[in-house]
Structure formats: C-alpha cells, structure tokens
Design a protein around this ligand. Structure first.
Ligand SMILES: C[S@@+](CC[C@H](N)C(=O)[O-])C[C@H]1O[C@@H](n2cnc3c(N)ncnc32)[C@H](O)[C@@H]1O
Length: 211
C-alpha cells in the first residue's frame, strides 16, 4: 500500500498496470473478450470487491492505494477502468458532482458505474454523522439525457442502466417495493407523496459512461 499522487505528474500519468485489478465479469462496451477487465472499488473499506483495485483514505482498511476521494484528480489516467464500484461511499463525500465527473474521467467509454447508497428516508442515512449527502432515487438525473433541467451542472454524461430501490421489510412485504421498482411513474409518486411513511432503505444504481 502506498500513497500515490503526491505530484501532479505522478497523478496524471499513473497507469493501471499488471493483473492486480484484472477482473473477469464485465467489459466496457465494444472491447474484445480476451482483454483483462479493470475494476476500481472506491471507498473499498475492508470489503473490497473481488479482483478490484481498492482505494480508500483509511489505512486501516488496507486499500491497494491510499486516496482521499475529496481531493482531485484521483491518481489514475483517463479511461483506465471498465467498471467502478462505489458501495456506500458517495454519501460520505464533500462534492458528489465532482466525484461523478472523476468517475466519468476514469471510465472507458461505455464503462459501468455501480453506486449503492442509503435512501434519505432510511435511519442509516442520518444516524452516521460522517454522511454528508442524503439522496433519493432521482439524485443522479443531472448526468442523464434530460439533465433534470439543469444540464449546466456538469458536462459528464451517464446513461442510467438501472435503478433499484429497497424499502423497509414491512413495506416490501406489502408489495410497495415491487411497484416502486417496476413502474417509474410510481417511483416518482412514491418519492413525492409517500416516502416519509413508506420509507426507503437503500438504492442501487447502474450507469454507463457516455463519452
Ligand atoms: C460505509 S464504508 C463502506 C466500505 C465498503 N465500500 C463496503 O461496502 O463495505 C465507507 C468507506 O468510505 C471511505 N471513505 C469515506 N470518505 C472517503 C474519502 N473522502 N476518501 C476515501 N475514502 C473515503 C471510508 O474510509 C470507508 O472505508
């Protein structure tokens, strides 16, 4: 483990090399199947995704590279990764838009991004004082085709592949989770009118980088 990125040239030129991050599940769009797959697990903690390069700012988590995700740029070259996973991390960061732009820079065209994060109505969103962002299932629309009407927020573009919402068990059992996940208009209705009662738990987003 070492800290990379102490100089500007080191940060920009660091290349992903070797097989440490090779992973054999998903390729960025259009890449031949024999090529190794590089996965970056940001904020990996102690449960790094198998085969991924893990980055975290906490040395106790023994990441492959010590990186503070609030400092930009991250120490990898453009278009380095086929996939980035951010599992219960984005809610900890100072600047969600800037981090998303950095994920976009690091992904190959068509590379995929998985984000898992609490829904803001869940107990876990507010019980952890290190959470700085409290998000809902539309929080990443600014990177999509219609930009939520605020396309000028960022030039990074992601295609939304899927959004999954988990609700508290009681509401799942009553069928609300099925409705929220199978009918986008119902999900909007739920976010606007119901979610303070029919409370969410966690969200799982899959995006593809458009470049
Ligand atoms: C809730 S843990 C999730 C860990 C892991 N992804 C998992 O699913 O088990 C959040 C992780 O994000 C890391 N983290 C929070 N803020 C960070 C930052 N600014 N830079 C790097 N890592 C950060 C923490 O050190 C911690 O390991």
């Amino acid at each position: 483990m070492r800290t990379v990125g102490s100089t500007a040239s080191e940060r920009r030129s660091a290349k992903v090399s070797g097989q440490a991050g090779a992973h054999r599940e998903v390729h960025a769009a259009g890449l031949p199947p024999h090529m190794p797959i590089f996965v970056l697990d940001v904020g990996c903690g102690i449960r790094k995704q198998p085969g991924a390069i893990g980055i975290d700012r906490n040395p106790a988590s023994h990441p492959d590279v010590l990186v503070d995700l609030d400092k930009f740029p991250y120490p990898f070259a453009d278009d380095s990764f086929d996939r980035i996973t951010a599992i219960h991390v984005i809610e900890h960061l100072n600047d969600v838009l800037r981090a998303m732009e950095e994920f976009h820079r690091l992904l190959k065209p068509g590379g995929t991004l998985r984000i898992e994060t609490p829904h803001y109505t869940d107990y876990s969103s507010f019980c952890d004082p290190t959470h700085k962002n409290h998000l809902n299932s539309f929080s990443f629309r600014y990177f999509g085709p219609k930009h939520g009407g605020f396309g000028y927020y960022s030039e990074a573009r992601f295609r939304e592949v899927s959004v999954g919402v988990k609700l508290l068990s009681f509401w799942k059992w009553l069928g609300f989770e099925f409705l929220v996940n199978h009918f986008p208009r119902y999900r909007r209705f739920w976010e606007h009118y119901l979610c303070y009662i029919v409370r969410g738990k966690a969200m799982e987003f899959e995006f593809a980088a458009e470049k």
